[in-house]
Design a protein around this ligand. Sequence first.
Ligand SMILES: [Zn+2]
Ligand SMILES: [Zn+2]
Length: 250
Amino acid sequence: MAYDSLHKLSGNDIMPDLYRFMELILSPACLVCGASAQRGADLCLECGDLLTLNWPACPRCALPVEHGFQGLCGHCIRKPPAYDASLSFWRYRAPLDGLLMGLKYHRQLPVARLLGRLMTEHLSDTSIVIPQALVPVPLHVSRLRQRGFNQSIELFLPVARAMGIPLLREVVIRQCATSSQVGLSRSQRRRNLRGAFLVRGTLPRHVAIVDDVVTTGATVNELARVLRRAGVECIDVWSVARADEPHSTR
Ligand SMILES: [Zn+2]
Ligand SMILES: [Zn+2]
């Protein structure tokens, strides 16, 4: 370092320079693009702006609806789902799809911390009735061993903690390993899921099922049916993302 530079770092100037340097090396990289992230956010401003809020949406199933449309979507009018209301925070598109895949398939656990914090912020801005507990969609034990964690638990644990409500991680288990739902017809999906969930504990009157992505709603619908049979009166579904697949297969 040149003498002049050293000289400039001396005396009163050195602390601000040191702070700036420490901030630079300690500031986290954006989980999407790698640029310098906002303090404590793991996301840069540009990538944060690319997250698309799932709004407007049907209040029952969270499927996107046209601007200005009010009330339930056609699917919910024709065949109401087993749950009462849905809240999906964002649409399932870039860069959120990549973030969630990074979490699920590449163990990028900071993604759960980031999205958990953003969801908590959104919830604190709403007048939503807070459930008495969160129920994560359980993974079968073989899938859990393979992945090492349940992404729904990781994503919603920060939310549960911030709201001061329990996240019931073992009250419902997945007792058979269901094959992938992709490419199955509506009735095949239902058959594939039949008997998948077992309640083995007590549940409060009002819960929210929590999941990473809701696509057709078949999985959360089956879980809601099982919770209803176990005596739960009010069932919400909260998901990080809603895939705006046009044909629900409930
Ligand atoms: Zn970025
Ligand atoms: Zn709907």
